[in-house]
Design a binder for this molecule. Sequence first.
Ligand code: DQA
Length: 149
Amino acid sequence: MSRSVYVINGPNLNLLGQREPHIYGHRTLADVEAECRRVAAQFKLQIEFHQSNAEHQLIDWIQEARERAAAIVINAAALSHTSVGIHDALAACAIPVIEVHISNIHKREAFRHHSHVSSVASGVIVGCGTQGYQLALQRIATLLDTPAT
Ligand code: DQA
């Protein structure tokens, strides 16, 4: 069975480490990818790590993951709050989806409190910094390794 996990990052996450470090921290997206690969190896998961600023590209990767992957970790960033297209693409997936936000979106501006991703996610991790990605992979390993009852 596939143990491939798509880790999909949305707009402006390419600027991690430079962008508002008091909110998002000092780690770069390359650091996050390296951490994901390290944790994935522990759980015998394979990572497909992606970032785009374009909504259609995120939707294409979700559709690709739907066919090829065992699970999705997604931080759709600002598009979480606006994109029905990303919601619909995830709703079409039968595989586990874990939503990650580095910051605690519920402690921030009201326009960040609702995510169109959350209602189609198996789990949501917010406010744990970039460690949230590692927690998401750990959760996916548990879901993949626990026989369905
Ligand atoms: C974010 C939170 C979003 O509100 C914001 O637009 C982002 C990053 C986070 O990881 O905390 O770009 O998804």
